[in-house]
Design a binder for this molecule. Structure first.
Ligand SMILES: [Zn+2]
Length: 141
């Protein structure tokens, strides 16, 4: 066994160690993502309101004219979000939910106004029935 073999052995050991660390990071990131999704779903079941994204999506976009229910046509916003998620995947991180960033601000504002109208029209929090939703987002919204 010469020096080259010893060096090669150490390089291989370092590669195995790095791969194991990367695998552990990926497993942790996946577990974290599953936990976040479960927490988000539980929160949605508890709250009587849909997310602001759903409110915004229920409106036609005043900027790009995307009809209600379909995402905005915003190539630069979508490219920026895809770039960020690409970087995150290179680092072994789970991708972010970028749906809100890919939407035009005017549509967000419309959704936010709609949400505030619903909150204003709903009964007081102490008079609400648990599990019931008080939003006015429907198939005709
Ligand atoms: Zn739009």
């Amino acid at each position: 066994m010469n020096v080259n073999d010893i060096v090669q052995e150490r390089i291989d050991a370092a590669r195995r160690k790095a791969a194991a660390k990367k695998r552990a990071r990926e497993e942790l990131a996946q577990a974290r993502q599953r936990g976040l999704q479960a927490r988000h779903a539980a929160k949605l079941r508890r709250t009587p309101w849909p997310s602001l994204y759903e409110y915004a999506l229920a409106h036609r976009c005043p900027t790009c004219r995307a009809p209600s229910g379909t995402p905005c046509t915003a190539p630069r916003k979508q490219a920026a979000a895809a770039s960020r998620n690409g970087l995150r995947s290179e680092l072994g991180l789970a991708p972010c939910d970028t749906r809100n960033e890919e939407m035009h601000a005017a549509r967000h504002d419309a959704g936010r106004r709609h949400y505030r109208r619903d909150v204003g029209n709903a009964p007081w929090p102490e008079d609400r029935i648990a599990g019931q939703r008080y939003d006015t987002i429907g198939p005709t919204a």
